[in-house]
Design a binder for this molecule. Structure first.
Ligand code: SAM
Length: 286
């Protein structure tokens, strides 16, 4: 592998690029981390990879060597020019100059899957940190026909994403990731692995989409609404949080439901398993 520090410096100088902080631009320069991302995404020739925020093309170059097709989605026009200069000769490279949150990924995946040579779709990205959560939620909630999501995110966010519900790093998003995926930590990444250095430590994580959710619900949306309400007032007990947000019509009703589910009246949202929230959702739906 090339010396990524030298290569990145050279590309930035050649195109007179200064990282745009408001676009979350921190370019990866650590060879070991790039190798880890590429290897852990287990890309096959029959895969299409969607890379979100390819930037200068550091990961893109190695993804193009492994995948049947790499479709990049990048917002910054300056990067489009660089990426086209570097890769447009390759016939497995395609780029879309748009905000990933505005792209209809379902349609893109459907279109590309018409190609008999593409079997699976995998997402790989060193994500722009200012929109990590909306991107992850989009990838999960749009119910995309994808196999895995391998992404670099802030360590603090990674801790919440890969936590098992009820564990010490549990947040509302923990339940969403757990509902849709099995997830694992790949590697912790120090700030010195980027130009410019971000203020936070990062982590690469891999989320593998489940074939079947871990809880059985006709209307999972109701459960996610309850989880959102519970975590909006995280410092309060679950009983108070769900009463204040009118998920429980009264405190008495809330107490009855908690008792029925063998949950203490002092329990807090982050102590509940996904099955506990699913049980509350089933009772509320009735
Ligand atoms: N992949 C490159 C790397 O690893 O060096 C760059 C990663 S950098 C952390 C995030 C990239 O996402 C930047 O290139 C930035 O321009 C791009 N980006 C920021 N917001 C975006 C958005 N809404 N849609 C698509 N790309 C975006």
């Amino acid at each position: 592998m090339d010396n990524l520090f030298e290569e990145t410096k050279m590309i930035m100088k050649k195109y007179n690029i200064k990282a745009n902080k408001s676009l979350g631009q921190n370019f990866l320069i650590n060879n070991e981390v790039v190798e880890n991302i590429i290897n852990s995404s287990e890309i096959q020739k029959t895969d299409m990879v969607i890379e979100i925020g390819p930037g200068l093309g550091t990961l893109t170059k190695y993804l193009l060597e492994k995948a049947g097709k790499v479709l990049c989605i990048e917002l910054d026009k300056r990067m489009i020019k660089i990426l086209n200069d570097r890769f447009s000769k390759l016939d497995n490279f395609e780029i879309i100059n748009e905000d990933v949150l505005m792209v209809n990924l379902n349609e893109i995946i459907k279109e590309n899957k018409k190609n008999k040579n593409i079997k699976d779709v995998k997402i790989v990205a060193n994500l722009p940190y200012y929109i990590t959560t909306p991107i992850i939620m989009k990838l999960l909630e749009d119910k995309l026909d994808i196999k895995t999501i391998t992404v670099m995110v802030q360590k603090e966010v990674a801790d919440r994403l890969i936590e098992v519900p009820g564990g010490k790093n549990t947040g509302a998003i923990t339940y969403s990731v757990y509902y849709y995926c099995e997830s694992e930590k790949i590697i912790e990444v120090p700030n010195s692995s980027f130009i410019p250095e971000p203020d936070v430590t990062s982590e690469v994580i891999k989320m593998k989409l489940r074939n079947k959710p871990p809880v059985n619900l006709n209307h999972p949306k109701v459960m996610f609404m309850i989880i959102k309400s519970a975590f909006m007032q995280k410092r309060k007990t679950l009983l108070n949080a769900l009463t204040n947000t009118q998920v429980f019509l009264s405190k008495e009703e809330g107490l009855r439901i908690l008792k029925k589910l063998n949950l203490s009246e002092n329990v807090r949202a982050e102590n509940l398993s996904i099955q506990d929230f699913a049980n509350i959702a089933k009772i509320i739906s009735k």
